[in-house]
Design a protein around this ligand. Sequence first.
Ligand code: SAM
Length: 284
Amino acid sequence: MKLTDMSYAHEVMARHGIAPKKKFGQNFLTSDAVVSHIADTPSEDADVGVLEIGPGIGTLTEALAERYKKVVSVEIDETLLPVLAETVGWRENVEIVNGDAMKIDFPEFVREHFGDMRVCVCANLPYYITSPIIMKILECGALFESVTVMIQKEVAERLCAKAGSVDYGAITVFAAYLADVEKCFNVSPGNFLPQPKVTSAVIRMKPHKTPPVSVKNPENMQKIIKAAFEQRRKMLAGALAAATGRVSKAQISEKIAEAGLPQDVRGEKLSLADFARLSDILEM
Ligand code: SAM
């Protein structure tokens, strides 16, 4: 019986005396079609390994194990371990690890659990760590072949936004520097137990092997991007001057001109290439 069968899921949870916990962002998937669609997304190649973050009661884990060579799932909630042992732990290609994904050293973890296998990430992420865990994963560079995550639709739209749109923000530019981001499909609240308040979306990110723009000091570019969006209604020179004590507004204006940008430009209009050009001539 599948875990998307609600009577089975309820029976398993009742037998183990557990209920979904809000503090861990537990919204379990209940739709077979949605689970299949997510599990199909990481790769067309069955020979890859999959790192899952937050298996819950094992619903997505089961579908991933049916498709890929090896699945390693990291779950923070130790009360779910006996459930997972029963639902998916018996499978030869599934390994359950009790831990906090935010504290894992991913390169070391991948070496230890997957050896030289190519690895993708696939997860229905808990909402409370969406942005930090995505940045942590993307900062691993090309360690992962693809990263498929279900997140709030609003965050998915920010990650895929076009320069100048209301959704465009620092996270859009950071993500574009690190990966190609593609929105795959929306998932309505009725597909979860309990139902979240917002619509979700699945995105797939393909980390760049080499960044799409070359920049001398990526950390400096990161500072400029952050400062530009912290005061997004201000003109760029003012926003950057407010964030740095090192360079005067007049000097910043000169650099903006040197980068070929208009003086009245706001940060929200700048593309990744614009930020890279500016970063190479303006030390924050
Ligand atoms: N994959 C399951 C599904 O789709 O039905 C559950 C998804 S639920 C949205 C998120 C899962 O992540 C929960 O099982 C929760 O306990 C787990 N989780 C929350 N924070 C975590 C963390 N820091 N590290 C690992 N797992 C975490």
